[in-house]
Design a protein around this ligand. Structure first.
Ligand code: ZN
Ligand code: ZN
Length: 344
């Protein structure tokens, strides 16, 4: 994929396996009308599970650069703190009350973020999968950029850097699919590769597909991690596994964060978001040692109830004979400590 020489035709990014047209006004209104008539989304039977965060562990682990234990803490939605190789990394940080361009309207969070911005350890790296409001939040990005000790490095899809520059934030690297960036860690260097997934981008009605979207594969000596972001199901995941097979002869990623929410109704969502059965297929395609579910239970973005996704995930796991511990829906605030990667 390359930029056209002439700017007469505006450049738009596109998926590898389907030509995605962002939903038009007619389909959007049909979805909203049907949801209104059918009473979707139904209220959740129970609130999204939330536990007190172990801030002592997180901060101690964050300081122990030479013996940091790989760990993931779910903060809510697609936001997670991932600790490995002496680095503190955030995925798609949103700490705001709403996922919206306007602070008084739009999807409101059902649970507060598990960790307040001020209680985070010093963040070294931030991965932004795409520019939808529930993944790229201006107020959270501004706060992180002004954290004590200096801005983290933001890794973003091609075309998104100019948005950061417009906020006065310059510690940003933008990547095309399969481009990589090497970041220094206290334990050496970490390679981060931006990969295709099947989704779309846009923050207004006029900038759709202007910037790229994707997943991030992160390779450290002691930890291989994948942040899927938003995706529908496509052969891209088999391509990713094939691409990295040489460096993962024994098993695939040690940890994969996979979205399981915002999938109903399928006629409207299937080219944008996976359902939990497809999430399990991604887990298998990437040969994940452990997958953790995210992108559910925080913002109501679709027709399923907020607490439906883990129930559908459990059914899909059973069908594929996958254990709960291999693909787990953890509580907001929960920390999972993971083994150091030994096989290469
Ligand atoms: Zn999205
Ligand atoms: Zn999303």
């Amino acid at each position: 994929m390359s930029q056209p020489i002439s700017s007469a035709i505006p450049f738009k990014f596109q998926n590898n396996y389907i030509k995605f047209e962002p939903p038009g006004l007619f389909d959007f209104l049909k979805w909203r009308w049907n949801a209104l008539v059918d009473g979707h989304p139904k209220s959740a039977q129970s609130p999204t599970p939330k536990v007190d965060t172990d801030l002592v562990f997180i901060h101690d682990n964050g300081k122990a650069s030479d013996k940091m234990q790989p760990a993931i803490t779910w903060i809510g939605h697609a936001t997670a703190l991932v600790q490995f190789s002496g680095l503190n990394m955030l995925t798609d940080p949103i700490f705001s009350e709403r996922a919206s361009p306007i602070s008084s309207i739009g999807p409101k969070r059902a649970q507060p973020p598990a960790i307040a911005l001020k209680d985070l350890p010093h963040i070294d790296l931030v991965l932004i999968s795409h520019n939808h409001y529930d993944h790229l939040d201006e107020s959270s990005v501004r706060s992180l950029a002004s954290q004590p000790g200096g801005s983290p490095l933001f890794l973003v899809p091609a075309g998104v850097k100019s948005w950061f520059i417009s906020l006065g934030i310059s510690n940003v690297v933008e990547l095309m699919w399969w481009q990589s960036h090497r970041a220094q860690s206290p334990k050496g260097s970490v390679e981060i590769v931006f990969t295709p997934v099947q989704h779309w981008s846009g923050r207004t009605l006029t900038d759709r597909m202007d910037t790229l979207w994707g997943g991030f594969a992160v390779f450290a000596d002691d930890f291989h991690f994948f942040h899927v972001g938003d995706t529908s199901y496509s052969p891209d995941f088999q391509d990713i596994a094939k691409r990295f097979a040489d460096r993962q002869p024994d098993h695939g990623f040690d940890l994969v964060l996979i979205p399981i929410g915002a999938y109903a109704p399928r006629w409207f969502m299937k080219d944008q978001h996976v359902d939990p059965a497809e999430s399990v297929q991604i887990h298998k395609d990437l040969r994940a040692r452990k997958s953790v579910a995210y992108h559910w239970g925080t913002f109501s973005l679709s027709d399923e109830a907020l607490d439906d996704p883990p129930v559908a995930l459990a059914a899909a796991r059973q069908e594929h004979d996958i254990s709960e511990s291999a693909f787990v829906a953890i509580s907001i605030g929960q920390t999972l400590k993971l083994p150091v990667r030994t096989a290469h």
